[in-house]
Design a protein around this ligand. Sequence first.
Ligand code: AHR
Length: 326
Amino acid sequence: MHRFARRSLLAAALLPAVMLVSGCGKPESSAPAATPKLRVGFAQIGAESDWRKANSDSIKREAEKRGIELVFSDAQQKQENQNKALRNFIAQKVDVIAFSPVVETGWEPVLKEIKAAGIPVVLTDRAVDVSDDSLFVTFIGADFVEEGRQAALWLAEATGGKATIVELQGTPGSAPAIDRKKGFEEVLATKPDMKIIKSQSGEFTRAKGREVMETFLKSPEGASITALYAHNDDMAIGAIEAIKEAGRTPGKDIVIVSIDAVKAAFEAMVAGDLNCTVECNPLLGPQLFDAVEAIAAKKPVERRIVTPAKVYTQKTAAEDVKTRVY
Ligand code: AHR
């Protein structure tokens, strides 16, 4: 039985005893019993990027603001650790479980266990690939396919539809890596002079982005690269270092578009190194806990909550960077 329902039953069962103790058939006047604190388990992916750190901060900050008890777990990029955390939340009988799945597949068994325990699930940021939609209540996050499309449309415009592109993909098997590639390629299918010549995972980190870009540049096709599409800003920033080291000019010799719009991307645009970033808002805390509170109050919740996005370029970067909070 759900913890809130259990608590109401317990309160009802105790009421006659309280009346007896007071001795006059009337309960003693006292302050109304405090509503029990909601307890939410959140299984985060890790701390691989500036985006992820801002996302974790937003969730922790919002829980604290609302007086919600948050049991937060960091899986360090491993699905195995996320599975453990989720099972731990079942054992702790939390009221709601929320998580950002590191990869799309392989969640059915644990989600079925959570369902059997009667705990509602909220997905944030990344989706899961499951055949039974009743395994989660709602999915809150950006439209990654659209982000990929926006990146490609901007690049087509900036290059006059002519580009020899290298791609730095996100974590293999993750929803943003799959969808951002899909959206980008969808637009490229209509641009015959824009081709991806190399594509590899940089695992959403600066270090790996730099390392993979270095191998792209050293390859026999390295000199022909005119554009970079990175699935996040961190990888683009790592790649910028590799481009400079190779004696080429990022932002000019190689036009760069990435995704996230974190503060460091605006700084790179001000410096002229990065050309464009497509926003993916990490500040999901308020939307997450709106959904959690609605679920606890048995109110209806939208099945899909999409966070809006914007495209930012060097044109307005100097102004934008002043107000960027993450
Ligand atoms: O799932 C969102 C992606 O994960 C962000 O774009 C990336 O920076 C992060 O690590």
